[in-house]
Ligand binder design. Structure first.
Ligand SMILES: Cc1ncc(C[n+]2csc(CCOP(=O)(O)OP(=O)(O)O)c2C)c(N)n1
Ligand SMILES: [Mg+2]
Length: 1008
């Protein structure tokens, strides 16, 4: 992990005082406090006539220890002596390691300038002004003049600081000219400095260009660096090392791109490609939505620059995520998706059927490809499929990148780079942005930094920035993680490419996210059919008068002698020809699906087609013992909490003693068995290492040292990695992250646990838009497991229901597995089944609360070593003589135990006339197994579905039709459960109990 400034950051944390605290006006200040002024006055008298002050003061002023003398007579220190300072940044790479920028090493933290001697000539100085004296320094010995001069120096140092902190406020970063050109703290007059002072010399602190420069020189560097086409926000970064590095690089280069002619030509070609693609599609596919990139064309050279630079920074793969804006352009011009394939989608040819299901609109689809950069090195690019829900893809991309990194053995995020493109309104508005940023530095979730590019077209659909946010910039939320933000003029492609280089270099050095805010405009409406002037007439009259960027840049390059007019025409013609040829070719030969769906890479050999046969998930008693022993072993030195000693001891002996296996133990045995078989396990969720219900204890904490120890990660030298992470307090981003992780690593059992199942609805977008539908929309598999505590125990409306009904409602096309286990062994087997099959589909497991420790839900060693997961558990009591059964009570989850308890109260042989059948997996619907069971209970006259949830919730509406199809025609299918309700559960324990008793009574009505 990086070391970082630890202080809490606020959104306005850059509104700080200057770093160089101005010297106090009076040299007496440190010693005399509020009396400094009086002492100063006395000294004035003394200076004019020593006899005019009393002997004590005279002695003091003459004394070597006098503050005044000390201040003025101390040997002058070199003004700009750089001292490698203590800073909390991680050790930066050697300067030579930077392929782009070559600032002096190491990053420098400049201490405040030492006291200035005006009595002595300045020592020799470095830099252009090195040999300058301070001609403006008044001749000694007039101390007042010296003080005035010190004050002027301090003012200039403040001015320098404020250019660093606020220069972006007047930077020319908006191509529509919307940014102000005046900001008070950037006006020399604000510091009492006027035109007359421009030629005067001042100390500059750590500003490059020499320790002493004229005010004109100082301002010129500051304005070039901070107020050009790039507005840099970085002084909110509290880590001095990071800040100093950036400052140094930017001020030395004056934040100007140093691009060769070849690179500039390439930028031009990319701009031509970006623009002509849009205009071509516009004319050929009239009226079709494409969410044009026009106005933000520079995004293409920016992405190209990132790819080009990647191998030089050790990056061989980039995982991209973006929304609608310009996506087709990125697919064509960055990922190299064939024009034919894209045009084919515009034609929506009925012959082109999605190979995996319903498919998706063209501007949501993912793509992957290999790109070869100039040097011949390969970069793998993956654009993650995403839904319309803006920014929802962010955590998915980051989780996916993390999994790829771990698979590649890259724990520092050096080889795989996530890039996220955002919209300005969405970045400011969607909470998942902040949640994802918040993940970026957390152990287990960090990727070594994401590069964020905001396509800031200064509008969101029809909404203006003034309506869309309370912040100054659309990027302000990113300040909370103290990362640099570059606002760059979208019509300045070279500056934008420079920002990308700077951002990539910064990420490489500090493993942080970086934001590049591409300030641009949207040439058309939200989509091409929209009329933007309905709502933004003035803005759009301005935009319509804007010339194309490619034309402006062509003129610039012609002026600079980089390209001739003929070359410009040739570049444009070549691109037009390619577009026309692609279009013509698909008229005669329609393209097939652009991405034939064959699982590849880590997915090779996996299938989305559910196998019919069961998989053996039992493991030997010896293996179970080995795992249990591991669970019961802690290092000798480990100081375990006394209350946990019995638990650890018990776990260690469970198998040997043939003790009952509870929920947590079954889970640990399942995890342990997978780990020993080489399958990694990653479990993430709020407080999940201990477990919300204090049952899991997957990690122990040494009571003296605080060291953490996870026994499951120490079972054997040959095992796979076990990772359990207490996550950020988010549902959407964390579930999104784990889903992304599961996309890239089918070989790791990836689980997300909700604190209580009801919180899962905070992540609904991830469930609906990705987990349940990604396969049929985009052909993407996932084996993600969601553990959702569920069950009616009188804890009120918010801690009872994980909304079983919502999952069931989306079930079709084998999109997922919906499970509720009633025994520990069933949980053990279903977890193992998830990984031991070559089939991958997401699984939701409704996990218990009260059953976690309930003896009746425990299992025996044989249940783990001999059996396997049963989708339906028939009643062991009645199945021996099914013909006697008159009533079948079907249930899903813990209510089974209530029914069991009630049945035990029945007198005589009545209990043998009631079968309690547990449906343990509702989806895929276990039709064959249920049919088998019903046919055995052929004498039953009544079949009940019993549930704890209200009638409009739970599984009732899902099972009703399905069960009706299964039971004989003369049999009534009945419901026993709570009445329909708007809220999931009552807040009263008393009411809960009576409802629970009532629903059980309903199931047993008319029985004695
Ligand atoms: C979560 C969500 N809410 C609303 C929408 C509808 N919508 C689509 S684009 C858009 C405006 C987005 O503005 P911005 O983020 O600035 O991107 P731009 O279209 O300007 O590139 C809206 C509101 C959506 N797609 N997703
Ligand atoms: Mg926008």
């Amino acid at each position: 992990m990086n070391e970082r400034g630890n202080g809490p950051a606020s959104l306005n944390s850059d509104s700080v005082e200057p770093e160089e605290v101005p010297e106090p006006n009076s040299p007496y200040y440190p010693g005399f406090g509020v009396n400094a002024g009086a002492v100063e006055e006395l000294h004035g008298l003394y200076a004019a006539n020593p006899a005019s002050v009393d002997a004590g003061w005279r002695a003091h002023f003459e004394s070597e220890n006098s503050l005044l003398l000390r201040s003025f007579n101390s040997p002058p220190a070199p003004l700009s002596a750089p001292s490698p300072a203590p800073h909390s940044a991680p050790p930066p790479a050697e300067p030579s390691a930077s392929p782009i920028f070559h600032p002096p090493a190491p990053p420098i933290f400049h201490p405040p300038a030492p006291p200035i001697s005006v009595a002595e000539p300045s020592p020799p100085l470095q830099g252009s002004s090195a040999r300058r004296d301070l001609p403006d320094a008044p001749a000694p010995p007039d101390p007042f003049a010296a003080l005035q001069q010190a004050d002027r120096y301090a003012r200039v140092l403040r001015l320098i600081h404020f250019y660093r902190a606020r220069g972006h406020r007047i930077a020319d970063s908006d191509p529509l000219g919307g940014r102000s050109s005046y900001f008070p703290e950037l006006d020399p007059a604000h510091y009492g400095l006027g035109d007359d002072d421009m030629g005067a010399h001042f100390i500059t602190g750590d500003l490059p260009g020499g320790s002493i420069q004229t005010l004109g020189e100082i301002l010129s560097r500051l304005r070039a660096t901070y107020c050009g086409k790039i507005g840099a926000e970085y002084t909110h970064v509290q880590d001095p090392g990071r800040k100093a590095w950036l400052q140094d690089v930017m001020e030395k280069t004056q934040n100007k791109a140093q691009l060769g002619n070849q690179e500039r030509r390439l930028i031009f070609e990319q701009l031509v490609g970006a623009d002509l693609f849009e205009t071509f599609v516009h004319t050929k596919f009239v009226g079709q939505k494409r969410f044009s990139l026009e106005g933000a064309d520079t995004a293409i050279p920016m992405l190209q620059a990132a790819i080009e630079l990647a191998p030089r920074l050790g990056i061989n793969e980039i995982v991209l995520g973006m929304s609608h804006r310009g996506r087709l352009n990125v697919l064509a011009n960055v990922l190299g998706k064939a024009y034919q394939a894209i045009f084919g989608e515009f034609q929506d040819n009925p012959l082109v059927i999605s190979p995996f299901g319903s498919g998706d609109v063209k501007y949501h689809k993912g793509y992957s490809t290999d790109r070869f950069v100039e040097s011949g090195e390969r970069v793998h690019l993956t654009l993650t499929s995403n839904p319309s829900h803006l920014e929802a893809v962010n955590p998915v991309v980051v989780g996916r990148a993390r999994a790829k990194q771990i698979r590649a053995g890259d724990t520092e995020g050096e080889t795989i780079l996530p890039i996220l493109l955002h919209g300005d309104a969405a970045f400011a508005g969607q909470g998942i942005v902040a949640e994802t940023l918040n993940l970026s530095q957390l152990p287990g979730y960090s990727t070594g930094g994401t590069l964020h590019i905001i396509i800031n077209n200064q509008i969101g659909f029809t909404t203006t920035p003034a309506e869309a946010r309370s912040t100054l910039y659309c990027s302000d939320v990113a300040k909370m993680i103290q990362i640099p933000i570059f606002h760059v003029n979208g019509d300045a492609p070279e500056a934008a490419v420079h920002c990308i280089k700077l951002a990539m270099e910064y990420r490489k050095r500090f493993q942080d996210d970086v934001v590049v805010d591409l300030v641009c405009y949207r040439r058309h409406g939200h989509n091409e059919g929209d009329e933007p002037a309905f709502t933004q007439p003035r803005l759009y009259s301005k935009i319509r008068s804007r010339r194309l960027l490619r034309e402006l840049y062509a003129e610039h390059l012609i002026r600079e002698g980089v390209l001739s007019t003929e070359q410009v025409t040739e570049i444009e013609d070549t691109r037009k020809t390619a577009l026309n040829e692609a279009y013509d070719s698909i008229q005669s030969r329609p393209p097939g699906p652009d991405e034939p769906y064959e699982p590849n890479g880590p997915w090779t050999g996996f299938s989305r087609v559910r196998p019919n046969e069961d998989v053996n998930t039992a493991i030997s008693v010896e293996r179970l013992s080995q795992i249990a022993e591991g669970l019961g072993s802690l290092p000798e030195y480990f100081h375990l909490h006394p209350k946990l000693k019995a638990l650890v001891y018990r776990r260690g002996r469970t198998i040997e003693d043939h003790a009952p296996i509870d929920w947590a133990m079954a889970e640990a045995l399942a995890f342990g068995s997978l780990l020993l078989e080489g399958t990694a396990v990653r479990l993430s969720g709020q407080d999940c290492s201990r477990g919300t219900f204090s049952h899991r204890h997957a990690v122990f904490v040494d009571q003296e040292s605080g060291e953490e120890y996870a026994p499951l990660d120490h079972l054997s030298d040959a095992q796979a990695h076990f990772e359990v992470l207490d996550s950020l307090l988010s549902e959407a981003a964390v579930l999104g992250f784990e889903y992304g992780y599961s996309l890239a690593d089918p070989g790791t059992l990836t689980l997300w646990e909700a604190q209580f199942g009801d919180f899962v609805n905070g992540a609904q977008v991830i469930i609906d838009q990705f987990i349940t539908s990604a396969h049929v929309k985009w052909g993407r598999m996932s084996g993600l497991v969601m553990l959702l505590p569920h069950g009616y125990e009188g804890q009120g409306p918010e801690h009872s229901s994980a909304r079983v009904e919502r999952f069931l409602q989306t079930c079709a096309e084998d999109c997922m597995q919906v499970v509720n286990c009633t025994t520990a062994a069933q949980y053990f087997h279903v977890l193992r089944r998830q990984m031991r099959r070559k089939y991958r589909a997401p699984m939701v497991i409704f996990t218990p609360k009260s059953l976690l420790r309930a003896p009746m839900a425990t299992s025996r060693v044989e249940d783990l070593s001999e059996s396997s997961f049963q989708t339906v558990i028939d009643d062991p009591l009645t199945s021996a003589d099914p013909g006697r059964v008159e009533r079948v009570l079907l249930s899903f989850g813990k209510v089974f135990y209530d029914l069991l308890a009630e049945r035990e109260l029945l007198k005589g042989d009545a209990s043998e006339r009631i079968a309690l059948v547990r449906v343990e997996e509702l989806y895929p619907w276990p039709e064959a197994r249920l049919r088998e069971i019903f046919s055995a209970y052929s004498n039953a006259q009544r079949v009940f579905w019993v549930q704890e949830e209200p009638r409009n919730m739970g599984a009732w509406t899902f099972v009703r039709d399905r069960l009706s199809d299964l039971v004989a025609e003369n049999i009534r299918l009945e419901y026993a459960g709570r009445e329909a309700s708007a809220s999931t559960a009552t807040g009263s324990m008393r009411v809960h109990r009576s409802e629970q008793a009532m629903l059980v009574a309903d199931a047993f009505e008319d029985l004695e």
